[in-house]
Design a protein around this ligand. Structure first.
Ligand code: FAD
Length: 480
Protein backbone atom coordinates (compact mmCIF):
# COMPACT_ATOMS: atom_id res chain seq x y z
CA UNK A 1 0.00 0.00 0.00
CA UNK A 2 1.44 3.38 -1.02
CA UNK A 3 1.66 6.18 1.51
CA UNK A 4 -0.55 9.16 0.69
CA UNK A 5 1.51 12.27 0.07
CA UNK A 6 0.25 15.59 1.38
CA UNK A 7 1.69 18.99 2.13
CA UNK A 8 0.89 20.66 5.40
CA UNK A 9 0.86 23.92 7.16
CA UNK A 10 -0.51 25.39 10.37
CA UNK A 11 -3.48 27.64 11.09
CA UNK A 12 -3.39 30.96 12.87
CA UNK A 13 -4.30 32.32 16.25
CA UNK A 14 -2.80 35.16 18.10
CA UNK A 15 -1.67 36.36 21.49
CA UNK A 16 -0.90 39.53 23.30
CA UNK A 17 2.76 38.58 23.00
CA UNK A 18 2.30 37.96 19.28
CA UNK A 19 1.00 41.49 18.85
CA UNK A 20 4.59 42.55 19.39
CA UNK A 21 5.96 40.03 16.98
CA UNK A 22 5.62 39.04 13.35
CA UNK A 23 6.42 35.88 11.42
CA UNK A 24 6.29 34.12 8.09
CA UNK A 25 5.90 30.49 7.25
CA UNK A 26 6.79 27.88 4.70
CA UNK A 27 7.15 24.13 4.76
CA UNK A 28 6.11 20.74 3.53
CA UNK A 29 6.24 17.15 4.66
CA UNK A 30 4.97 13.68 3.99
CA UNK A 31 2.20 12.08 6.01
CA UNK A 32 1.90 8.45 6.94
CA UNK A 33 -1.42 7.06 5.75
CA UNK A 34 -3.16 4.78 3.28
CA UNK A 35 -5.65 5.63 0.55
CA UNK A 36 -7.93 2.61 0.86
CA UNK A 37 -10.57 2.01 3.52
CA UNK A 38 -9.68 -1.66 3.99
CA UNK A 39 -7.44 -2.74 6.87
CA UNK A 40 -3.86 -2.44 5.68
CA UNK A 41 -0.40 -2.39 7.18
CA UNK A 42 1.45 0.88 6.78
CA UNK A 43 4.12 1.13 4.13
CA UNK A 44 7.40 0.01 5.60
CA UNK A 45 5.77 -2.00 8.37
CA UNK A 46 4.55 -5.57 8.05
CA UNK A 47 2.32 -7.91 9.93
CA UNK A 48 4.58 -9.91 12.19
CA UNK A 49 1.97 -12.55 12.96
CA UNK A 50 -0.91 -12.00 15.33
CA UNK A 51 1.08 -12.00 18.58
CA UNK A 52 3.07 -9.06 19.95
CA UNK A 53 4.70 -8.05 23.21
CA UNK A 54 2.37 -5.04 23.29
CA UNK A 55 -0.50 -3.61 21.28
CA UNK A 56 -1.26 0.11 21.21
CA UNK A 57 -4.83 1.01 20.26
CA UNK A 58 -4.91 4.41 18.55
CA UNK A 59 -2.20 6.17 16.56
CA UNK A 60 -2.45 9.71 17.92
CA UNK A 61 0.41 11.46 19.72
CA UNK A 62 -0.28 9.38 22.86
CA UNK A 63 -0.27 6.07 21.02
CA UNK A 64 2.81 6.80 18.95
CA UNK A 65 4.68 8.04 22.06
CA UNK A 66 3.72 4.82 23.88
CA UNK A 67 4.95 2.71 20.95
CA UNK A 68 8.25 4.56 20.92
CA UNK A 69 8.67 4.02 24.65
CA UNK A 70 7.95 0.31 24.20
CA UNK A 71 10.57 0.10 21.47
CA UNK A 72 13.11 1.76 23.76
CA UNK A 73 12.47 -1.12 26.15
CA UNK A 74 12.89 -3.73 23.43
CA UNK A 75 9.22 -4.61 22.97
CA UNK A 76 7.69 -5.77 19.66
CA UNK A 77 4.67 -3.56 19.25
CA UNK A 78 1.63 -3.27 16.97
CA UNK A 79 -0.33 -0.03 16.68
CA UNK A 80 -3.93 -0.57 15.58
CA UNK A 81 -5.53 2.56 14.15
CA UNK A 82 -9.17 3.01 13.13
CA UNK A 83 -8.51 5.64 10.46
CA UNK A 84 -6.53 5.66 7.23
CA UNK A 85 -3.96 7.98 8.84
CA UNK A 86 -2.16 8.51 12.12
CA UNK A 87 -2.45 11.73 14.14
CA UNK A 88 -6.03 11.54 15.43
CA UNK A 89 -6.99 15.03 16.60
CA UNK A 90 -3.87 16.37 14.89
CA UNK A 91 -4.66 16.42 11.16
CA UNK A 92 -2.94 18.59 8.58
CA UNK A 93 -4.57 19.18 5.19
CA UNK A 94 -4.98 21.89 2.53
CA UNK A 95 -7.77 24.24 1.47
CA UNK A 96 -7.89 26.84 -1.26
CA UNK A 97 -4.20 26.40 -1.88
CA UNK A 98 -3.21 26.92 1.75
CA UNK A 99 -2.04 24.42 4.35
CA UNK A 100 -4.53 24.00 7.21
CA UNK A 101 -4.82 22.14 10.51
CA UNK A 102 -8.23 20.67 11.41
CA UNK A 103 -7.02 20.08 14.98
CA UNK A 104 -3.79 20.71 16.89
CA UNK A 105 -1.75 23.59 15.52
CA UNK A 106 0.40 25.48 18.03
CA UNK A 107 3.16 24.59 20.47
CA UNK A 108 4.95 26.59 23.18
CA UNK A 109 8.24 26.27 25.12
CA UNK A 110 6.27 25.68 28.33
CA UNK A 111 5.00 22.48 26.69
CA UNK A 112 8.43 20.96 27.03
CA UNK A 113 7.72 17.49 25.63
CA UNK A 114 6.39 18.60 22.23
CA UNK A 115 8.68 21.63 22.08
CA UNK A 116 11.82 19.54 22.69
CA UNK A 117 10.54 16.88 20.30
CA UNK A 118 10.20 19.38 17.47
CA UNK A 119 13.62 20.80 18.28
CA UNK A 120 15.25 17.37 18.47
CA UNK A 121 13.73 16.35 15.12
CA UNK A 122 15.21 19.47 13.54
CA UNK A 123 11.79 20.80 12.51
CA UNK A 124 11.70 24.60 12.14
CA UNK A 125 9.09 26.72 13.95
CA UNK A 126 7.26 29.82 12.84
CA UNK A 127 5.18 32.45 14.68
CA UNK A 128 1.82 33.54 13.31
CA UNK A 129 1.51 37.23 12.38
CA UNK A 130 -0.31 39.70 14.64
CA UNK A 131 -3.96 40.63 14.32
CA UNK A 132 -4.77 44.17 13.10
CA UNK A 133 -7.99 44.70 14.99
CA UNK A 134 -10.44 42.99 17.36
CA UNK A 135 -14.20 42.53 17.19
CA UNK A 136 -16.29 42.31 20.37
CA UNK A 137 -19.97 42.25 21.33
CA UNK A 138 -21.62 45.58 22.13
CA UNK A 139 -24.24 46.53 24.69
CA UNK A 140 -26.86 47.00 21.98
CA UNK A 141 -26.66 43.39 20.83
CA UNK A 142 -24.38 43.77 17.80
CA UNK A 143 -20.61 43.72 17.34
CA UNK A 144 -18.05 46.49 16.89
CA UNK A 145 -14.47 46.78 15.67
CA UNK A 146 -12.11 47.63 18.49
CA UNK A 147 -8.49 48.61 18.88
CA UNK A 148 -6.32 45.74 20.11
CA UNK A 149 -5.98 47.47 23.48
CA UNK A 150 -9.57 46.37 24.07
CA UNK A 151 -8.16 42.88 24.65
CA UNK A 152 -6.88 44.10 28.03
CA UNK A 153 -10.48 44.19 29.24
CA UNK A 154 -10.92 40.55 28.24
CA UNK A 155 -7.73 39.62 30.08
CA UNK A 156 -8.86 41.41 33.23
CA UNK A 157 -12.04 39.32 33.22
CA UNK A 158 -10.07 36.12 32.59
CA UNK A 159 -7.84 36.87 35.58
CA UNK A 160 -10.91 37.27 37.79
CA UNK A 161 -12.14 33.80 36.73
CA UNK A 162 -8.95 32.10 37.84
CA UNK A 163 -8.06 34.29 40.80
CA UNK A 164 -6.60 32.18 43.62
CA UNK A 165 -5.33 29.37 41.34
CA UNK A 166 -1.78 29.91 42.65
CA UNK A 167 -3.09 28.72 46.01
CA UNK A 168 -5.42 25.89 45.03
CA UNK A 169 -3.31 24.65 42.08
CA UNK A 170 0.23 25.50 43.25
CA UNK A 171 1.86 22.66 41.27
CA UNK A 172 0.61 22.59 37.68
CA UNK A 173 1.78 19.02 37.02
CA UNK A 174 0.24 17.69 40.24
CA UNK A 175 -3.28 19.09 40.26
CA UNK A 176 -4.09 17.05 43.38
CA UNK A 177 -1.44 18.59 45.62
CA UNK A 178 -4.03 20.80 47.38
CA UNK A 179 -6.99 18.49 46.96
CA UNK A 180 -8.36 19.82 50.25
CA UNK A 181 -8.88 23.21 48.60
CA UNK A 182 -10.46 21.75 45.46
CA UNK A 183 -13.34 19.81 46.97
CA UNK A 184 -15.87 22.60 46.46
CA UNK A 185 -14.13 24.33 43.54
CA UNK A 186 -14.17 21.19 41.36
CA UNK A 187 -17.97 21.20 41.54
CA UNK A 188 -18.21 24.56 39.76
CA UNK A 189 -18.93 25.17 36.10
CA UNK A 190 -17.52 28.24 34.40
CA UNK A 191 -21.05 29.62 34.53
CA UNK A 192 -21.14 29.13 38.33
CA UNK A 193 -17.91 31.08 38.56
CA UNK A 194 -19.27 33.90 36.39
CA UNK A 195 -22.30 34.13 38.68
CA UNK A 196 -20.03 34.16 41.77
CA UNK A 197 -18.22 37.08 40.20
CA UNK A 198 -21.54 38.76 39.32
CA UNK A 199 -20.43 39.29 35.74
CA UNK A 200 -22.86 41.17 33.55
CA UNK A 201 -24.07 39.58 30.31
CA UNK A 202 -21.80 41.90 28.35
CA UNK A 203 -18.78 40.87 30.44
CA UNK A 204 -19.69 37.22 29.87
CA UNK A 205 -19.82 37.96 26.13
CA UNK A 206 -16.40 39.62 26.19
CA UNK A 207 -14.70 36.72 27.95
CA UNK A 208 -16.72 33.90 26.39
CA UNK A 209 -14.28 33.10 23.57
CA UNK A 210 -11.45 32.39 26.04
CA UNK A 211 -13.46 30.67 28.76
CA UNK A 212 -16.95 29.41 27.86
CA UNK A 213 -15.99 28.34 24.35
CA UNK A 214 -12.91 26.47 25.61
CA UNK A 215 -15.19 24.59 27.98
CA UNK A 216 -17.82 23.67 25.38
CA UNK A 217 -20.15 26.22 26.96
CA UNK A 218 -20.28 28.05 30.28
CA UNK A 219 -22.55 25.40 31.77
CA UNK A 220 -20.41 22.43 30.62
CA UNK A 221 -16.76 23.19 31.40
CA UNK A 222 -15.30 23.12 34.91
CA UNK A 223 -13.58 26.02 36.60
CA UNK A 224 -10.74 23.73 37.72
CA UNK A 225 -9.88 22.82 34.10
CA UNK A 226 -9.52 26.48 33.15
CA UNK A 227 -7.50 27.10 36.32
CA UNK A 228 -5.32 24.06 35.53
CA UNK A 229 -4.41 25.56 32.13
CA UNK A 230 -3.79 28.88 33.87
CA UNK A 231 -1.40 27.15 36.30
CA UNK A 232 0.40 25.41 33.41
CA UNK A 233 0.78 28.86 31.82
CA UNK A 234 2.55 30.14 34.94
CA UNK A 235 -0.55 32.10 35.98
CA UNK A 236 -0.09 34.77 33.35
CA UNK A 237 -1.95 36.01 30.30
CA UNK A 238 1.18 36.34 28.15
CA UNK A 239 1.70 32.59 28.20
CA UNK A 240 -2.04 31.83 28.19
CA UNK A 241 -2.33 33.49 24.79
CA UNK A 242 1.26 32.74 23.78
CA UNK A 243 0.54 29.00 23.61
CA UNK A 244 -1.46 29.72 20.44
CA UNK A 245 1.21 31.43 18.37
CA UNK A 246 4.05 29.13 17.28
CA UNK A 247 3.66 26.31 14.77
CA UNK A 248 6.03 23.57 13.64
CA UNK A 249 6.80 24.19 9.96
CA UNK A 250 5.20 21.43 7.92
CA UNK A 251 2.35 20.95 10.38
CA UNK A 252 1.50 18.55 13.17
CA UNK A 253 1.02 15.56 10.85
CA UNK A 254 4.64 15.93 9.80
CA UNK A 255 5.76 15.85 13.43
CA UNK A 256 3.86 12.68 14.24
CA UNK A 257 4.98 10.92 11.09
CA UNK A 258 8.60 11.56 12.12
CA UNK A 259 7.87 10.26 15.62
CA UNK A 260 6.14 7.19 14.22
CA UNK A 261 9.14 6.43 12.01
CA UNK A 262 11.22 6.19 15.19
CA UNK A 263 8.79 3.83 16.91
CA UNK A 264 9.75 0.74 14.94
CA UNK A 265 6.18 -0.47 15.50
CA UNK A 266 3.99 -2.33 13.03
CA UNK A 267 0.93 -0.25 12.14
CA UNK A 268 -2.44 -1.50 10.98
CA UNK A 269 -4.75 1.14 9.45
CA UNK A 270 -8.52 1.19 8.89
CA UNK A 271 -8.97 -1.26 11.74
CA UNK A 272 -11.32 0.02 14.48
CA UNK A 273 -10.86 -2.06 17.60
CA UNK A 274 -14.22 -3.40 18.76
CA UNK A 275 -13.32 -5.80 21.57
CA UNK A 276 -10.58 -6.16 24.17
CA UNK A 277 -10.39 -9.21 26.44
CA UNK A 278 -7.87 -9.50 29.23
CA UNK A 279 -7.55 -13.22 29.98
CA UNK A 280 -5.21 -12.62 32.89
CA UNK A 281 -2.13 -13.91 31.05
CA UNK A 282 -2.65 -12.26 27.61
CA UNK A 283 -4.90 -9.62 26.07
CA UNK A 284 -6.92 -10.36 22.94
CA UNK A 285 -7.74 -7.41 20.72
CA UNK A 286 -10.31 -7.69 17.94
CA UNK A 287 -9.99 -5.29 15.01
CA UNK A 288 -11.66 -5.62 11.62
CA UNK A 289 -12.69 -9.14 12.54
CA UNK A 290 -9.15 -10.32 13.29
CA UNK A 291 -7.96 -11.22 16.80
CA UNK A 292 -4.46 -10.07 17.76
CA UNK A 293 -2.89 -10.77 21.11
CA UNK A 294 -0.25 -9.32 23.38
CA UNK A 295 1.03 -9.39 26.93
CA UNK A 296 -0.07 -5.78 27.50
CA UNK A 297 -2.24 -3.22 25.76
CA UNK A 298 -2.12 0.57 25.77
CA UNK A 299 -5.55 2.05 25.04
CA UNK A 300 -4.71 5.44 23.53
CA UNK A 301 -8.13 6.39 22.15
CA UNK A 302 -10.10 9.49 23.19
CA UNK A 303 -12.05 9.06 26.45
CA UNK A 304 -15.29 9.91 24.60
CA UNK A 305 -14.81 6.76 22.44
CA UNK A 306 -14.06 4.29 25.24
CA UNK A 307 -17.69 3.15 25.41
CA UNK A 308 -17.52 2.17 21.71
CA UNK A 309 -15.12 -0.66 22.59
CA UNK A 310 -16.32 -3.80 24.35
CA UNK A 311 -13.91 -4.31 27.25
CA UNK A 312 -15.15 -7.86 27.71
CA UNK A 313 -13.22 -8.56 30.91
CA UNK A 314 -14.73 -5.51 32.60
CA UNK A 315 -13.39 -2.19 33.84
CA UNK A 316 -14.07 -0.14 36.97
CA UNK A 317 -17.18 2.04 36.65
CA UNK A 318 -15.14 5.26 36.34
CA UNK A 319 -14.08 4.39 32.79
CA UNK A 320 -17.58 4.11 31.39
CA UNK A 321 -18.83 7.03 33.48
CA UNK A 322 -16.10 9.35 32.23
CA UNK A 323 -16.74 8.31 28.62
CA UNK A 324 -20.48 8.99 28.97
CA UNK A 325 -19.86 12.35 30.65
CA UNK A 326 -17.37 13.29 27.87
CA UNK A 327 -13.96 14.87 28.39
CA UNK A 328 -13.29 16.09 24.84
CA UNK A 329 -15.69 18.96 24.09
CA UNK A 330 -18.49 17.12 22.24
CA UNK A 331 -19.53 20.12 20.12
CA UNK A 332 -16.02 21.28 19.13
CA UNK A 333 -15.65 22.34 15.50
CA UNK A 334 -13.05 24.13 13.44
CA UNK A 335 -13.85 25.70 10.09
CA UNK A 336 -11.68 27.39 7.48
CA UNK A 337 -13.47 30.24 5.75
CA UNK A 338 -12.36 31.66 2.40
CA UNK A 339 -13.59 35.25 2.13
CA UNK A 340 -13.43 37.73 -0.73
CA UNK A 341 -10.58 40.25 -0.79
CA UNK A 342 -8.08 41.41 1.80
CA UNK A 343 -10.02 42.18 4.99
CA UNK A 344 -6.94 42.54 7.20
CA UNK A 345 -6.22 40.33 10.19
CA UNK A 346 -9.19 40.32 12.56
CA UNK A 347 -9.44 38.68 15.99
CA UNK A 348 -13.20 38.25 16.36
CA UNK A 349 -14.78 37.19 19.65
CA UNK A 350 -18.29 35.76 19.39
CA UNK A 351 -20.66 36.34 22.27
CA UNK A 352 -21.69 33.47 24.53
CA UNK A 353 -23.66 30.93 22.45
CA UNK A 354 -22.69 32.48 19.09
CA UNK A 355 -22.39 30.33 15.97
CA UNK A 356 -18.67 31.15 15.81
CA UNK A 357 -16.85 31.73 19.10
CA UNK A 358 -13.49 32.81 17.80
CA UNK A 359 -12.40 33.81 14.30
CA UNK A 360 -8.81 34.55 13.34
CA UNK A 361 -6.90 35.16 10.14
CA UNK A 362 -4.77 32.41 8.61
CA UNK A 363 -1.08 33.27 8.55
CA UNK A 364 -1.06 33.42 4.74
CA UNK A 365 -3.23 35.16 2.15
CA UNK A 366 -4.90 32.92 -0.41
CA UNK A 367 -5.17 33.80 -4.09
CA UNK A 368 -8.86 34.66 -3.52
CA UNK A 369 -8.30 36.92 -0.56
CA UNK A 370 -8.32 36.20 3.14
CA UNK A 371 -8.58 32.82 4.82
CA UNK A 372 -10.23 32.89 8.24
CA UNK A 373 -10.14 30.20 10.91
CA UNK A 374 -13.28 29.77 12.99
CA UNK A 375 -13.71 27.82 16.23
CA UNK A 376 -17.17 26.89 17.43
CA UNK A 377 -18.85 24.89 20.17
CA UNK A 378 -22.34 25.66 18.94
CA UNK A 379 -24.17 22.34 18.40
CA UNK A 380 -26.19 23.86 15.54
CA UNK A 381 -23.30 24.98 13.34
CA UNK A 382 -22.92 22.96 10.15
CA UNK A 383 -19.28 23.41 9.15
CA UNK A 384 -20.10 22.50 5.53
CA UNK A 385 -22.75 25.19 5.12
CA UNK A 386 -21.55 28.34 3.35
CA UNK A 387 -24.86 30.10 4.10
CA UNK A 388 -24.70 29.37 7.85
CA UNK A 389 -21.09 30.50 8.08
CA UNK A 390 -21.91 33.55 5.94
CA UNK A 391 -24.61 34.69 8.35
CA UNK A 392 -22.31 34.14 11.35
CA UNK A 393 -19.51 36.13 9.68
CA UNK A 394 -21.90 38.89 8.52
CA UNK A 395 -22.97 39.40 12.12
CA UNK A 396 -19.36 39.75 13.30
CA UNK A 397 -18.01 41.77 10.38
CA UNK A 398 -20.77 43.08 8.10
CA UNK A 399 -19.92 43.25 4.41
CA UNK A 400 -17.58 40.25 4.43
CA UNK A 401 -18.38 37.80 1.63
CA UNK A 402 -17.80 34.10 2.28
CA UNK A 403 -16.77 32.19 -0.85
CA UNK A 404 -16.24 28.66 0.48
CA UNK A 405 -15.73 26.71 3.70
CA UNK A 406 -13.98 23.54 4.85
CA UNK A 407 -14.30 22.31 8.39
CA UNK A 408 -14.39 19.37 10.72
CA UNK A 409 -17.02 18.58 13.33
CA UNK A 410 -15.01 16.64 15.91
CA UNK A 411 -18.09 15.61 17.88
CA UNK A 412 -19.50 13.83 14.84
CA UNK A 413 -16.19 12.08 14.16
CA UNK A 414 -16.70 8.46 15.32
CA UNK A 415 -13.05 8.05 16.36
CA UNK A 416 -12.95 11.24 18.44
CA UNK A 417 -16.55 12.01 19.51
CA UNK A 418 -15.25 15.35 20.72
CA UNK A 419 -12.52 17.93 20.24
CA UNK A 420 -10.00 19.38 22.65
CA UNK A 421 -10.04 18.15 26.26
CA UNK A 422 -11.98 20.19 28.79
CA UNK A 423 -13.09 18.41 31.93
CA UNK A 424 -16.55 18.90 33.40
CA UNK A 425 -17.24 19.51 37.12
CA UNK A 426 -16.22 16.66 39.40
CA UNK A 427 -13.98 14.86 36.90
CA UNK A 428 -10.64 16.08 38.28
CA UNK A 429 -11.20 14.71 41.76
CA UNK A 430 -13.78 12.09 40.81
CA UNK A 431 -12.29 9.98 38.01
CA UNK A 432 -8.94 11.18 36.69
CA UNK A 433 -6.74 9.22 39.08
CA UNK A 434 -8.76 6.01 38.72
CA UNK A 435 -8.54 5.87 34.91
CA UNK A 436 -4.77 6.52 35.00
CA UNK A 437 -4.21 3.32 36.98
CA UNK A 438 -3.30 0.18 34.98
CA UNK A 439 -6.20 -2.24 35.01
CA UNK A 440 -5.02 -5.84 34.67
CA UNK A 441 -2.94 -5.85 31.50
CA UNK A 442 -4.49 -2.63 30.18
CA UNK A 443 -3.03 0.85 30.53
CA UNK A 444 -4.91 3.92 29.31
CA UNK A 445 -3.29 6.97 27.70
CA UNK A 446 -4.31 10.16 25.93
CA UNK A 447 -4.29 13.89 26.34
CA UNK A 448 -7.77 13.63 27.92
CA UNK A 449 -6.26 11.99 31.01
CA UNK A 450 -3.00 13.93 31.30
CA UNK A 451 -2.14 15.51 34.64
CA UNK A 452 -0.07 18.14 32.79
CA UNK A 453 -1.13 19.67 29.48
CA UNK A 454 -4.50 17.90 29.05
CA UNK A 455 -6.10 19.24 25.89
CA UNK A 456 -2.76 19.68 24.13
CA UNK A 457 -0.36 17.45 22.23
CA UNK A 458 2.10 17.79 25.10
CA UNK A 459 -0.36 16.04 27.42
CA UNK A 460 -0.81 13.22 24.90
CA UNK A 461 2.96 12.64 24.80
CA UNK A 462 3.15 12.78 28.63
CA UNK A 463 0.58 9.99 29.00
CA UNK A 464 2.01 7.95 26.11
CA UNK A 465 5.49 7.84 27.63
CA UNK A 466 4.03 6.88 30.99
CA UNK A 467 1.72 4.19 29.57
CA UNK A 468 4.46 2.74 27.36
CA UNK A 469 6.67 2.33 30.41
CA UNK A 470 3.91 0.73 32.46
CA UNK A 471 2.95 -1.63 29.61
CA UNK A 472 6.59 -2.65 29.14
CA UNK A 473 6.63 -3.56 32.83
CA UNK A 474 3.56 -5.73 32.35
CA UNK A 475 5.16 -7.61 29.45
CA UNK A 476 8.29 -8.17 31.54
CA UNK A 477 6.15 -9.69 34.28
CA UNK A 478 4.83 -12.21 31.76
CA UNK A 479 8.18 -13.29 30.35
CA UNK A 480 10.06 -13.47 33.66
C1 FAD B 1 -9.89 21.92 16.93
C2 FAD B 1 -8.75 21.51 17.82
C3 FAD B 1 -7.67 22.35 17.99
C4 FAD B 1 -6.59 21.98 18.79
N1 FAD B 1 -5.51 22.81 18.89
C5 FAD B 1 -4.41 22.39 19.56
C6 FAD B 1 -3.22 23.13 19.51
O1 FAD B 1 -3.15 24.18 18.85
N2 FAD B 1 -2.13 22.66 20.18
C7 FAD B 1 -2.16 21.47 20.87
O2 FAD B 1 -1.13 21.07 21.45
N3 FAD B 1 -3.29 20.74 20.92
C8 FAD B 1 -4.40 21.16 20.28
N4 FAD B 1 -5.53 20.40 20.26
C9 FAD B 1 -5.56 19.18 21.10
C10 FAD B 1 -4.78 18.01 20.48
O3 FAD B 1 -5.21 17.82 19.16
C11 FAD B 1 -5.05 16.76 21.28
O4 FAD B 1 -4.86 16.99 22.67
C12 FAD B 1 -4.11 15.60 20.90
O5 FAD B 1 -3.92 15.53 19.51
C13 FAD B 1 -4.72 14.31 21.42
O6 FAD B 1 -3.86 13.22 21.15
P1 FAD B 1 -4.28 11.76 21.67
O7 FAD B 1 -3.27 10.83 21.14
O8 FAD B 1 -4.52 11.81 23.13
O9 FAD B 1 -5.71 11.47 21.01
P2 FAD B 1 -6.10 11.41 19.46
O10 FAD B 1 -5.27 12.36 18.68
O11 FAD B 1 -7.56 11.59 19.38
O12 FAD B 1 -5.67 9.93 19.02
C14 FAD B 1 -6.51 8.83 19.31
C15 FAD B 1 -6.40 7.85 18.14
O13 FAD B 1 -7.22 6.72 18.43
C16 FAD B 1 -7.87 6.32 17.24
N5 FAD B 1 -9.03 5.51 17.59
C17 FAD B 1 -10.21 5.91 18.14
N6 FAD B 1 -11.02 4.84 18.34
C18 FAD B 1 -10.34 3.75 17.91
C19 FAD B 1 -10.62 2.35 17.85
N7 FAD B 1 -11.79 1.84 18.29
N8 FAD B 1 -9.70 1.51 17.33
C20 FAD B 1 -8.50 1.98 16.89
N9 FAD B 1 -8.17 3.30 16.91
C21 FAD B 1 -9.08 4.16 17.43
C22 FAD B 1 -8.20 7.63 16.57
O14 FAD B 1 -8.48 7.47 15.20
C23 FAD B 1 -6.93 8.45 16.84
O15 FAD B 1 -5.98 8.28 15.81
C24 FAD B 1 -6.61 20.74 19.46
C25 FAD B 1 -7.70 19.88 19.29
C26 FAD B 1 -8.75 20.25 18.47
C27 FAD B 1 -9.89 19.29 18.26
Amino acid sequence: MKPKNETFFGGARTSRRAILKAGAATGASVAVGVASTRPAFAAGTTEAGRSYDAIVIGGGFAGVSAARELKARGKRTLIIEARSRIGGRAWSSTFSGLPIEFGATWIHPSQTLIWNEVQRLGIARVDDPNPDFAVFATETGGYARQELTFLDQQDALLRRFVEGAETYLPNAYDPFSREDLLVDLDKLTLGDRARQLRLSQLEMDWVSATTGAYGGGFERGSLTQLAHWWALCGYNTETFHGINVTRPVGGMSAVISRMFAESGASLLYNAPVTRVTDTGSRVQVTAAGVVFDAAAVVVATPVNTWNSINFASGLPAEFSRLSTQTVGVPTAKKVFIQVQGDIGRPLMNGRSGAMLDLVLAHADKSSQGTMLIGFSVNPNLDVTSVSQVQSAISELLPGTQVLSVKGHDWGKDPYAKGGWTFRTPGQLLGSLRAVRQPHGRLVFAGSDIATGWGGYVDGAIETGIRAGGLAAGLTAAVTS
